[in-house]
Design a protein around this ligand. Structure first.
Ligand code: PEP
Length: 258
């Protein structure tokens, strides 16, 4: 079982990198393996690279995960991948409900919830992403949106241990924009999410890890990661270079070693 609220630095490579580039990046991340004495590191390569990257990292504590799964176990779903495919390729986690899936591919909370259920049932740890758009924030609707996404994406779900589920607060306006939430904005949202999790799941929910995602870079990581309710980062752009992703890991280590 994962130690409670152990910091997690996760890299979402999205639809980027050739196979050679992906292998090179994963290999260079092995340099940071010793950091896993203090925190967890996870890489989310494109699905077609999972098996290769998992094999490469077989003897490394770095976790590999998928960026998506389909809710069904198997069947006529051309182009989709199942939880079993991820697991049997060496994946241990899966990002679900990323804002790009919600907004570009019109995924609903109901559909995301079915995926979360499948992931938990398969013992694949979901990293459930939630977050508001800039219009919703400006209209003062942030907490209402987060609550709606939490209720919808976790409807009917039960968890026994905090390690069964990871959340990621990713304000849509901060993803890939270079506009990071202030540490105070992020902490406020994380505190709201943790309180909701406590109310919904009790102790197991309160102790789930909540990552912040949205333009995290080595130079802004410390401000974010020192917040009381922030347990790590889900990193997009900066995870595509070992120097910047490694730089975020180093910032996290400095905090943990204080
Ligand atoms: C993401 O896609 O989850 C993300 C946080 O991206 P970026 O770090 O590029 O904003």
């Amino acid at each position: 079982m994962i130690e409670q609220r152990r910091m997690l630095i996760a890299g979402n490579w999205k639809m980027n990198l050739s196979l050679d580039e992906a292998v090179e990046l994963a290999a260079s991340m092995m340099e940071y393996s010793s950091a896993t004495a203090k925190l967890d590191i996870a890489l989310f390569p494109p699905a077609v690279y999972i098996e290769r990257i998992s094999s490469l990292l077989e003897h490394s504590p770095i976790i590999v995960g998928a960026q998506n799964i389909h809710p069904e176990e198997a069947g006529a779903f051309t182009g989709e991948i199942s939880s079993k495919m991820v697991l049997t390729s060496g994946g241990q986690m899966v990002i679900l409900g990323h804002s790009e899936r919600r907004h570009i591919f019109a995924e609903t909370d109901e559909f995301i919830c079915a995926k979360v259920k499948r992931a938990i049932l398969s013992e694949l740890t979901p990293v459930l992403c939630i977050g508001e758009t800039i219009d919703q924030r400006d209209a003062g609707e942030t907490n209402r949106v987060l609550k709606r996404q939490l209720e919808g994406s976790l409807d009917g779900i039960t968890i026994e241990f905090p390690g069964e589920l990871v959340l990621a607060y990713e304000p849509v306006w901060a993803i890939g924009t270079g506009r990071v939430a202030t540490p105070e904005q992020a902490q406020e949202a994380h505190a709201f999410i943790r309180e909701w999790m406590d109310g919904r799941f009790g102790r197991a929910g309160r102790d789930c890890r909540i990552l912040y995602g949205g333009s995290v870079k080595p130079d802004n990581a410390a401000g974010i990661l020192t917040q009381a309710d922030i347990d790590g980062a889900l990193v997009g752009g900066a995870s595509l270079k070992s120097l910047s992703f490694g730089g975020i890991i180093i910032e996290a280590l400095k905090i943990l070693e204080r």
